[in-house]
Design a protein around this ligand. Structure first.
Ligand code: NOJ
Ligand code: CA
Length: 533
């Protein structure tokens, strides 16, 4: 008998930024009870799992990505009891819960760090990357912070520096210390025992740094100084592989669990090297998160990622909490047509699609003046890089003052267009983007070729249309997407010419109609899905 694929292969994962999804206790900040309240919406949308951006106690220098306690919920989000309720209610609806583990660094308010800076002989001192000044004076080496400036912060009292890849309020842990390793494995156990189904591992390839602290060679280009070094020694060290294996063994002892890694600052090949049966289940490739919107661009990104992965299971993603939203990046018109094209691609590709809250209603970035920006790194790089706050605005549930997100003024402004662009409006409009996403998800679920099948690109030199076939034991499905605003044709491979196809999705053919030919014409921005009869 054919083996069913596990949930994380067949399913669709939906990322929630908890501060911005739903505020139930009217303090302007989203919370766990709010998410529980909206589970029926998510179940109706058809997703299989929720990835929650960090919910742990945090001073919010990096909005949750600076953790002060890994085994409790921040009071802004609720309590552990609220968390348990969320897990139970999600599981009742067959929705899995994935937590975001930020284990490269802690907050500087974490008791471990508070202890570690007390004295050089404090038992926690070695839990962080404390080092003496270089013999010439100054920081131990040339490593930088991704968030800007040097990576080393001087502590006068200790006459030592500690390393921070991100803000100085996010000191990096010393993963070479076996006690750190044990403490972190205990964090996994704590949440697995509470019924969590998986983890997204924040910048995991940074846990280990060169033990001799060698300088990074100079080289490379980009808008940040960080881009002008070759990061040979401050990340991606070989010690990460055995650690992933150890974590994987722990996860496997709990049944069908999942871990997806954020491989930071890496190529598709580097990201793929951490994935496998005894390492990560999956990893992200961020090549698609750019501004380009063309068939050749996506074709190349898809092919590069798939060839790096070889037989490993892919993920595809168009949006997350660190980047401008796709609707903004593609300068989508009100009709959302370009978003329908990208959604069809995302939800018909091989591998696991990741959605980001509000993507399904085409939320756009909010515009902020510099004084409104809350994310520190975005203040620093303003106006060079778009602020990350832009994509973190409150979910647009309805057309009321605070978009149905809260009864109080939200922590970030709601988008001014929320009166027209919201869930309620789109639920009652069969032509809306929300209906389109739901329909695609239903189609994906109904067709084994789409959720489990193999994939092959066709008509690969076509400049306008991205086309591919998906194939399972039961069926062959063909997808063709016109990324341009002009009508265009694509040519079928020889073996499919003059065969009869059933229309699953099209904007100019009737659903259920049959069609045949050698060449197919697509209207501007048309999305076509056919099934071989
Ligand atoms: C990656 C996260 O996605 C980002 O939001 C965060 O600022 C950094 N890691 C630091 O934790
Ligand atoms: Ca709240």
């Amino acid at each position: 008998m054919k083996k069913e694929l596990p949930w994380w292969k067949k399913g669709i994962i939906y990322q929630i930024y908890p501060r911005s999804f739903m505020d139930l206790n009217s303090d302007g900040i989203g919370d766990l009870e709010g998410i529980t309240r909206q589970l029926d919406y998510l179940s109706d949308l058809g997703i299989d799992a929720i990835w929650l951006s960090p919910i742990y106690q945090s001073p919010n220098v990096d909005f949750g990505y600076d953790v002060a306690n890994y085994v409790d919920v921040d009071q802004e989000f609720g309590t552990l009891q609220h968390f348990d309720q969320l897990v139970t209610a999600a599981h009742q609806r067959n929705i899995k819960i994935i937590l975001d583990l930020v284990l490269n660094h802690t907050s500087d308010q974490h008791p471990w760090f508070v202890e570690s800076r007390k004295s050089k002989d404090n038992p926690y001192h070695d839990w962080y990357m404390w080092h003496d000044p270089s013999p010439k004076g100054g920081p131990p080496n040339n490593w930088l912070s991704w968030f800007g400036g040097g990576g080393w912060e001087y502590d006068q009292h200790l006459d030592q520096y500690y390393f921070h890849m991100f803000y100085k309020e996010q000191p990096d842990l010393n993963w070479r210390n076996p006690q750190v390793r044990q403490a972190m494995l205990d964090v996994y156990r704590f949440w697995l025992d509470r019924g969590v189904d998986g983890f997204r591992m924040d910048v995991f390839n940074m846990y280990f740094k060169d033990k001799d602290l060698r300088d990074n060679p100079l080289g490379g280009k980009g808008p940040r100084k960080f881009n002008h070094q070759l990061h040979l020694y401050d990340m991606s060290q070989p010690e990460m592989h055995p650690l992933l294996q150890e974590i994987r063994q722990l996860l496997d002892s709990y049944g069908e669990k999942y871990m997806v890694g954020e491989t930071f600052y890496s190529s598709p090949q580097q990201a793929a090297a951490y994935i496998g049966d005894d390492q990560l289940h999956a990893g992200f490739d961020f090549s698609m998160l750019g501004r380009k919107f063309s068939a050749p661009f996506f074709r190349k990104a898809i092919k590069d990622w798939l060839s790096a992965l070889d037989e490993k299971w892919p993920n595809f993603v168009l949006n997350n909490h660190d980047n401008s939203r796709s609707a903004t990046r593609y300068k989508a018109k009100k009709d959302d047509k370009v978003l329908k094209v990208s959604a069809t691609m995302l939800l018909t590709l091989v591998g696991t699609p990741f959605l980001y809250y509000g993507e399904e209603i085409g939320m756009r970035d909010i515009f902020l003046w510099r004084h409104q920006v809350l994310d520190p790194v975005s203040k620093r790089y303003w106006p060079l890089l778009p602020p990350r706050d832009g994509c973190r605005s409150p979910m647009q549930w309805d057309g009321t003052d605070f978009a149905g997100f809260s009864n109080a003024k939200p922590w970030l402004p709601v988008h001014p267009a929320s009166e027209q662009r919201n869930v309620i409006v789109q639920q009652s409009d069969p032509a809306s983007l929300l209906h389109f996403y739901k329909n695609l998800i239903t189609i994906r679920r109904a067709h084994s070729a789409l959720h489990s099948g193999s994939m092959e690109m066709i008509d690969e030199s076509n400049p306008s249309i991205l086309a591919y076939t998906r194939q399972s034991d039961e069926e062959t499905v063909l997808v063709a997407l016109n990324f341009t605003k002009k009508a265009a044709n694509f040519v079928l491979p020889v073996q499919y010419r003059e065969k009869s196809w059933n229309v699953i999705l099209s904007q100019h053919l009737q659903e259920q109609e049959t069609t045949t030919g050698t060449k197919f014409a697509l209207q501007p921005l048309e999305t076509l899905i056919l099934r071989l009869n």
